[in-house]
Ligand binder design. Structure first.
Ligand SMILES: Nc1ncnc2c1ncn2[C@@H]1O[C@H](COP(=O)(O)OP(=O)(O)OP(=O)(O)O)[C@@H](O)[C@H]1O
Length: 220
């Protein structure tokens, strides 16, 4: 079953002499439950594609369809609701709120939703080995711990699709494999789709589908 479709997508940044064509006529389909990896050289358009698929950046033209809903037909408020309900985002920079504790950061996406599950927060903190840091602030954590908090925050609403931009780029090998293991367990348990940018060939080996981008174009 298709969960995400990209149709004739183009993205151009800037105008005239500073114009950059970041994506050219991208078409793809991703099935529910798939683990998809996006690879390609620096500047090839990976982050641009991921951000547009996640509804945090708009295309110049073309469309993204998530669960039969066309993102371009939504206004900003509706897009934000769709993101909250269906999408989890993990970035290489953790984007945690500095004045909130670990637990408060993880709970952020549950505000204004029906998700009141303290049980799942505790389960995630246990799985990610951050339970003993739940009242700490992000500045009191190591990089790996901060990334695990960001991952718990992305998973808290049990999103249908998890978008991850180099999520293990700043982690040591041991933490990296723990984080990947957790993502895969979550994917299996809740039939989630993971779409991840990585430079790590080993991660690409585990993927159900590898999307290779070269100069804004998909190479099969
Ligand atoms: N906000 C922006 N304004 C202008 N050009 C941009 C902007 N964001 C990206 N670009 C350009 O679009 C192209 C694709 O960038 P993108 O960040 O998607 O590449 P990437 O494959 O994710 O690279 P990396 O692996 O280095 O993160 C690049 O040429 C980049 O310079």
């Amino acid at each position: 079953m298709t969960i995400l479709k990209v149709k004739n997508l183009n993205k151009v940044y800037g105008k005239e002499e500073i114009k950059v064509k970041a994506l050219s006529n991208i078409n793809l389909e991703i099935n529910k439950g798939e683990f998809v990896v996006i690879v390609g050289k620096s500047g090839s358009g990976k982050s641009t594609l991921l951000h547009i698929m996640a509804g945090i950046e708009t295309p110049t033209n073309g469309d993204v369809i998530i669960d039969d809903i066309s993102i371009s037909s939504l206004n900003e408020k509706e897009r934000s609701l769709l993101r909250k309900e269906k999408i989890g985002l993990i970035f290489q920079s953790y984007n945690l709120i500095p004045v909130l504790t670990v637990e408060e950061n993880i709970k952020l996406p549950t505000i204004n939703t029906n998700n009141k599950s303290d049980e799942y927060i505790n389960e995630l903190m246990d799985l990610l080995h951050i339970s003993d840091r739940k009242t700490h602030l992000p500045s009191q954590l190591s990089g790996g711990q901060q990334q695990r908090v960001a991952i718990a925050r992305a998973l808290i609403n049990k999103p249908a699709i998890i978008f991850a931009d180099e999520p293990t780029g700043n982690l040591d090998t041991k933490t990296e494999s723990e984080v990947l293991q957790l993502l895969k367990e979550s994917q299996k348990k809740y039939n989630q789709t993971i779409i991840m940018i990585t430079h790590n060939i080993d991660i690409a080996k585990y993927a159900d589908k590898v999307i290779k981008i070269e100069d804004g174009v998909i190479r099969e």
